[in-house]
Write a protein that binds this ligand. Structure first.
Ligand code: NAD
Ligand code: MLT
Length: 315
């Protein structure tokens, strides 16, 4: 592709310092300004050729339309949900992400939640802190021999599968795009959701949030699951319907949930977050030193590649 001139980049969030270093080493002027209001961002963005964000900056159509020079929006992370890609495309602005930089970290947090759900590590840690350690009679359950359903067999789903197989779990899954023979080569037997729900002891979702995945786990699907099924969502809030999940937790149809993401963040659904069988995290899937270093460096290198006219990757 033809080289594109990018002389200045605004980084509007806490992005790993490698991002700034790589851009500056390649002659790009970098300004870092965090926690801007929408109006402040709209005023500031006029001057820049590039914008780098994580997930807190809402790059709406208003922001995009206020940007006279903008040529590139770089998302140091996977989802581009916080960027109005249609408005950007209409203005000829390229939107890029770093789709694999935080895959391992998100997969590891998913595994941590699966393990915590099986032994209620969070609850007992709290008990110990409060010196109420009389729950020695609590019985956890081994993951060994249990069935894990993985809905969404992309980058993260695949990494979760191999890690949980090492605990002796049987992994089954569903994905409309990943061919069954491909997932079979990494030990995941694919089937339709109707067949998958009743077999699972644990279910984890790893799809994007889009109309076909909103409420993928809902009252109807919970009813088809084994009583006491445990679920994890480290993907996007809303893939598991929050009201249906709360109903399933209250009836015992769902035995526990590990949630890193919510429909509203920070979560406002207190009955769900406060439920004793729910382990909640404040969207920490990508929050490791390693993932942030990769995403920060990757997005900077991709912008530099664009300036040099090399092939582009990402959204
Ligand atoms: P990916 O694109 O590699 O994989 C997503 C998979 O979902 C694809 O294989 C796709 O075919 C499949 N899919 C689409 N619609 C489906 C449906 N209806 N049913 C089943 N599968 C469906 O994405 P990824 O990198 O694995 O990321 C997965 C999710 O995790 C995304 O929502 C991403 O934004 C999120 N994520 C969250 C964190 C975090 O901090 N919690 C970090 C990274 C990514
Ligand atoms: C992502 O899409 O990359 C994750 O949700 C993590 C993040 O927002 O940084």
């Amino acid at each position: 592709m033809a080289p594109i001139s990018v002389k200045s980049v605004l980084i509007s969030e806490s992005v790993d310092p490698r991002c700034r270093t790589v851009l500056e080493e390649n002659g790009i002027r970098v300004t870092e300004k965090q926690n801007m209001t929408k109006d402040a961002l709209m005023a500031e963005i006029r001057d820049y050729d590039g914008l780098v964000v994580r997930s807190a900056t809402k790059v709406t159509a208003d922001v995009i339309n206020a940007a006279d020079n903008l040529k590139i929006i770089g998302r140091a992370g996977t989802g581009v949900d916080n960027v109005d890609v249609v408005a950007a495309t209409r203005k000829g602005i390229i939107v890029m992400n770093t789709p694999s930089g935080n895959t391992i970290s998100a997969a590891e947090l998913t595994c941590a939640l699966l393990m915590s759900l099986s032994r209620q590590v969070d609850l007992f840690s709290e008990m110990c802190l409060k010196k109420k350690v009389t729950f020695w009679f609590f019985m956890g359950a081994e993951l060994y021999g249990k069935v894990l359903g993985i809905v969404g067999l992309g980058r993260i789903g695949k990494e979760v599968a191999s890690r949980m197989q090492s605990f002796g779990m049987r992994t089954i899954g569903y994905d409309p795009i990943t061919p069954p023979e491909v997932s079979a080569s990494w030990g995941v037997e694919q089937m339709q959701l109707e067949q998958l729900w009743p077999q699972c002891d644990y279910i984890t979702v790893h799809t994007p949030l889009m109309p076909s995945t909103v409420g993928l786990l809902n009252d109807e699907s919970f009813a088809k699951c084994k009583k006491g099924v445990k679920v994890v969502n480290c993907a996007r809030g809303g893939i598991i319907d929050e009201d249906a999940l709360l109903r399933a937790l209250e009836s015992g149809q769902c035995g526990g949930a590990g949630l890193d993401v919510f429909v509203e963040e920070p979560p406002k659904n207190r009955p769900l977050v406060d439920h004793p069988n729910v382990i909640s995290c404040p969207h920490l899937g990508a929050s490791t030193k390693e993932a942030q270093a990769r995403c920060g460096e990757d997005i900077a290198l991709q912008i530099v590649d664009m300036v040099k006219g090399k092939n582009l990757v990402g959204a």
